[in-house]
Design a protein around this ligand. Structure first.
Ligand code: ATP
Ligand code: MG
Ligand code: MG
Ligand code: MG
Length: 478
């Protein structure tokens, strides 16, 4: 008999029928009630076992973590906490799990412990919820773009250009690492003899390639793995993360901001609708955590309230120059987090500044735009003032930067001059410059770190906890 998903059983559509369910035992209370979970929902189905009907040595094998199949009648439950349960007629243990050795006990484990068991942590309620939400969010990303006339472009993972990621790139080579790689006369490695005939890296962004596609297909997006050898160990950076990068021909910076805001709201709205149980669970989990904090540090809004707040309010659009004035004028706060205040126009904002603007000053998501050209990438459109570029960063409460984007420099001469000043090789980027040589036009786009979005939506605080197998310095165990 085909087994039925727990999520469907809990809807009661098979009431009073003989059903088969398969899943993993979460607990076996009083040797009578099996809480069975199959991953289809955060909720378990209760399976009621009549002890006299089953041999004791079979029941002994029904332990937390074991895989079982039950056959029985779906009935309305008399007990509190669930509407339906299975009266078990037939019980089979498919895969045992030694309770002495199984790392995931039915108790609350620390996030650090769970990170060390990244292959098993998804068996907990919290990680099951996070990973289902992540999956729905990623579907929402495709859904939004596909429904709005964008084409999905797979930009390369291995790239031959390193214009963007100076110092942050992971190199790709087919040479053995035993020192036998062919050398040039000056002792440096001769990449002409390497697999691709040149030095190659893992991509740090698909933007430049996506731009070339936008200049033909009009509206494109890429959503793929991105690699950065981030040296610092922060709770916001991974060495391998997923980036969403739309690029739109004929869009200026204002249209780019509109797109980013509409996109973020739309995917959050979809996820709120589709992941009600999981988000309610994560919401409650956070409320429980908040209770352990001193009153002053507690969040004013619950997770669900925060998500709805984002949907219901306009993001505040503020120029970099205005932001600097605000930061200069703000007195050091008692809360140490925000004591680091800025004094110079032209400085890059630290995450303290970003969080001050979002969490203390504006108290809503902020889009900062028109940054000093000096602190932004070479391809951003220079403003008429000659000092600032049409860049935007979107800053979110609890996270800081979630989006970085810009209107791109569409003028060939200005772009080349900028590249020269920054010592970026025109020869290497000849293909990129072709977009400006042939049919150039205003265009814009942004990059959104998918895990930062998942962080916000799940209310988690460490980026290692929202990706299945996090890669960070000194950590690629799995
Ligand atoms: P940050 O200032 O946080 O280091 P960035 O300015 O270097 O980010 P961008 O190059 O603007 O990042 O990339 C676009 C987006 O990708 C960022 O806004 C962020 O959401 C995400 N992102 C960047 N680096 C990482 C990383 N190492 N891990 C996860 N997400 C990242
Ligand atoms: Mg960075
Ligand atoms: Mg940044
Ligand atoms: Mg950025």
């Amino acid at each position: 008999m085909k087994h039925i998903k727990v999520n469907d059983l809990l809807n009661g559509s098979n009431l009073l029928q003989e059903v088969t369910a398969k899943g993993w035992v979460r607990s076996f209370r009083n040797n009578q009630f099996i809480a069975l979970n199959d991953g289809s929902t955060i909720n378990n189905i209760q399976c009621v076992v009549d002890l006299d009907k089953f041999p004791a040595d079979l029941l002994k094998k029904v332990t937390t973590g074991s895989a079982i199949a039950v056959k029985g009648t779906l009935v309305e439950s008399q007990g509190a906490g669930q509407k339906f349960e299975i009266q078990v007629n037939n019980l089979e243990v498919l895969g045992e799990s030694d309770p002495e050795k199984y790392p995931i006990q039915p108790k609350k484990h620390s996030l650090e412990f769970l990170r060390e068991n990244a292959h098993l942590r998804v068996r907990t309620n919290a990680f099951g919820a996070i990973m289902r939400v992540r999956s729905v969010l990623s579907f929402a990303v495709h859904k939004y773009f596909q429904e709005n006339g964008f084409y999905y472009v797979n930009t390369p993972i291995i790239t031959g250009s390193d214009a963007e990621g100076a110092g942050e790139m992971f190199q790709v080579t087919s040479f053995p690492l035993d020192g036998s790689a062919p050398k040039n006369e000056d002792g440096t490695i001769n990449y002409k003899e390497d697999f691709f005939g040149k030095q190659t890296n893992l991509t740090v962004s698909g933007q430049l390639e996506a731009e070339t596609y936008a200049m033909a297909l009009g509206q494109v997006y890429t959503f793929g793995p991105t690699f950065r050898a981030e040296n610092s160990n922060t709770s916001r950076h991974l060495a391998e993360f997923w980036m969403i990068e739309p690029e739109v021909a004929f869009n200026d910076l204002d249209a780019n901001m509109d797109l980013a805001e509409d996109f973020i709201k739309s995917v959050i709205k979809y996820t709120l609708e589709k992941c009600e149980d999981d988000l309610n669970f994560l919401d409650q989990r956070l409320k429980d955590e908040e209770k352990n904090k001193p009153q002053a540090e507690r969040s004013e809004m619950s997770l669900i309230e925060k998500l709805n707040f984002v949907l219901e309010n306009n993001f505040k659009r503020v120029s970099y120059t205005e932001a600097i004035d605000i930061l200069k004028a703000s007195k050091p706060n008692k809360n140490k987090k925000f004591q680091y205040l800025i004094d110079e126009w032209g400085a890059d904002l630290q995450s303290e500044h970003e969080r001050f603007l979002v969490e203390k000053h504006f108290k809503c998501p902020v889009i900062l735009f028109d940054y000093p050209a000096k602190i932004k990438a070479f391809y951003m459109r220079l403003n008429e003032d000659g000092k600032t570029v049409r860049a935007m960063d979107i800053l979110f409460p609890g996270i800081g930067e979630i989006v970085g984007g810009s209107q791109r420099e569409e003028r060939y001469d200005v772009l080349v001059e900028k590249m020269k000043a920054l010592d970026i090789s025109e020869e290497e980027l000849w293909w990129y410059l072709d977009t400006r040589k042939f049919g150039s036009a205003v265009h814009s786009g942004f990059g959104l770190g998918f895990e930062r979005l998942v962080l916000f939506v799940t209310g988690m605080t460490n980026i290692r906890d929202v990706i299945p197998f996090p890669r960070t310095p000194q950590n690629a165990e799995f």
